[in-house]
Design a protein around this ligand. Sequence first.
Ligand code: BTN
Length: 318
Amino acid sequence: MVNKKMRQQILQALIDSGDVVSGETLSRQLGISRVAVWKHIKKLQAAGVSVVSTPAGYRLESGPDDLQPWAFPGRQDLIHYFQSLPSTMGKARELARQGAAHLSVVIAGTQAMGRGRLDRSWHSDPGGLYFTLVLRPELPVVHSSRLMFAASLSLALVLRQAYGVDARLKWPNDVLVDGRKICGMLSEMEAEGEWVRFVNLGIGVNVNNDPAAMVSQAVSLKALVGRPIARGDLLRQFLDRFADQLDDGLGQRLINDWKGLCATLGKTVRIVTPRKVIQGKALDLDGNGALILAQDDGGLVHVAHGDCFHADCASAQS
Ligand code: BTN
C-alpha cells in the first residue's frame, strides 16, 4: 500500500510537471533514495505507464492511442482514466456528486458492465473508446437533451472531417455510417428544481474493437478506414470540437446543423418508449429536439424520447 501510494505520488509529480523531473527532485519530494525512485519507476513501466528515462530525469511519454491524463495537455486535471470499470457511468456519477468540474472525462479501457439505452448492455471490448463526460451547464432541465445533440453532432463532424467517413445522425443520438452504428450515447442527470445540477453523457465509440462480431448492424472506425485508429487523437479532437460547440451555444443553429446530417428525417420509423410504440414518417425536429412524426391518420405527434428504428436498419448495439 505504501509502495502504491509512493508510485501514485511519482506519477502525479510527472503529470503535474508535464516535463522531465530529475531523480533527485523526486527523491527529495518523497523523502526516499534515488535508487528507490528508480525501482518505483521500473514498477510503473512494468504496469504499462510510459515513463522514459533521460539523462536529466524521468518524463511521461504519450502515444497517440493513450488515454491517460498526460495525453491531454491542457485538460489533464479533467481526465480520469481507468484500465477497467464496471461502467464509466457509475464512476462519473460518484465523481459528479463529489463536485467533479464541468467537462471532466471518465474513461475506461474496458467495461465489465457497459450500459446501453433502455437497460441494454454495451459490449466494451478492448480497443473501443468508452467515456462519460460530466457537464455542468447553466441550462434548464427542459433543454438538457441539447447536450446530446451537441455531442453527437461534434462526433459526427470529427468522423467526417478527420477520418473521411460518411457519418450520419440517427435520432435521438446514434452516429451511423452506411446505416451501421459506430457510436451510441446515453445520459443521466441530476437537477435542482428546474435547473440542471449535472448531466453525465456516456459515449461509446467502436474504434479498434470488432462490434460486428456481436451485432451485424454495427461497425468500427478501424474497419471503415482500413487501419487502426489512435483513440487519444480521436478523443482530443472530439473534446475540442464539443467545447467549441458549447461555446457556440445550444440554440436553433445547433438543431439546424444536426438536422443537416440526420439520417432519420424523411424515413418511416418506429419509436419504442418504455410505455408504447409510435410509428410514422419522420418530418422534422422541433426546437427542443423532439421528433415530429406524421402518423397514418395524418395527425402530427412530437416524440421527445425513445429508441428509434429506421425501416432499413437496426438501432441497438448490445
Ligand atoms: C446506446 O446506444 O445504447 C448507448 C450506449 C452508451 C455506451 C457508453 S460506453 C461509455 C458509457 N458507459 C456506459 O456504461 N455506457 C456508456
